[in-house]
Design a protein around this ligand. Structure first.
Ligand SMILES: C[S@@+](CC[C@H](N)C(=O)[O-])C[C@H]1O[C@@H](n2cnc3c(N)ncnc32)[C@H](O)[C@@H]1O
Length: 211
């Protein structure tokens, strides 16, 4: 269990963030998962060897690279809409010799989620809602209507996921997990900062507006 004190950024984050391009270093404390959180989330997501975890909206790869180093027997795949961030993530993983973190370029909602045992979300769609002042950069068109579409589509995919699927959210993906998921752990206890949800019953029907 990690404590409230380590749910923020630390010296380890400074060391890690030094490896990012300067423009991303200044965004890291708001947009990328702190090292201590990534380590804890990795253990919640992948408790057994061979598990495959998808980071929905992986940015420059901070979560996946830290998580993959923490749990070397599992695979962490990041999918990211911004191609320049995918390039940074691949370079980072190569430079740090982390072979079990890989990165895909594209929209997470166009991937086949059935290949994964667990999903990680650090507020991937919030930019759409919060507009330019919160944006990671100016390279993505932002539309509040997309927020609702992405969140609804995420719930629909999680509702179809197999029994035992694990979901960790750091500050949510914009909505609660669908029915059928049980809240197994919160960290720090009693808060909604970091949550582990496990699918333990069939989910109700969720509708994806794009399907
Ligand atoms: C808050 S950052 C989190 C980065 C990383 N997961 C971490 O925790 O360090 C969210 C990222 O999600 C990406 N994103 C937003 N919508 C997406 C989508 N539909 N498919 C793939 N990536 C998306 C954004 O471009 C941004 O880089």
């Amino acid at each position: 269990m990690i404590s409230q004190a380590v749910l923020g950024t630390s010296d380890e984050d400074e060391v890690f963030d030094d490896q990012l391009p300067r423009k991303m270093q200044i965004k890291s404390s708001v947009h990328f998962t702190p090292v201590s959180v990534a380590r804890h989330a990795a253990r919640l997501l992948a408790p057994r060897p061979g598990m495959r975890v998808l980071d929905v909206g992986s940015g420059p790869g901070k979560f996946c690279v830290v998580a993959a180093s923490e749990v070397p027997g599992c695979t962490f795949v990041g999918v990211e809409l911004r191609p320049h961030l995918v390039r940074v993530a691949r370079q980072l993983a190569a430079r740090m010799s982390v072979a079990n973190a890989t990165f895909l370029d594209g929209d997470a909602l166009e991937l086949d989620w059935s290949e994964y045992d667990a999903f990680y979300f650090y507020n991937p769609f919030a930019e759409q809602l919060n507009g330019k002042s919160f944006a990671l950069d100016s390279k993505m068109e932002l539309m509040p209507s997309k927020f609702l579409r992405y969140v609804t589509a995420t719930r629909e995919r999680l509702a179809r996921a197999r029994m035992g699927t694990r979901v960790v959210t750091y500050h949510s993906f914009g909505a609660p997990a669908p029915t059928g998921y049980e809240l197994a752990e919160t960290c720090p206890a009693g808060t909604d900062h970091l949550e582990l949800w496990i699918k333990s019953a069939e989910s109700g029907v969720e509708t994806d507006p794009d399907r």
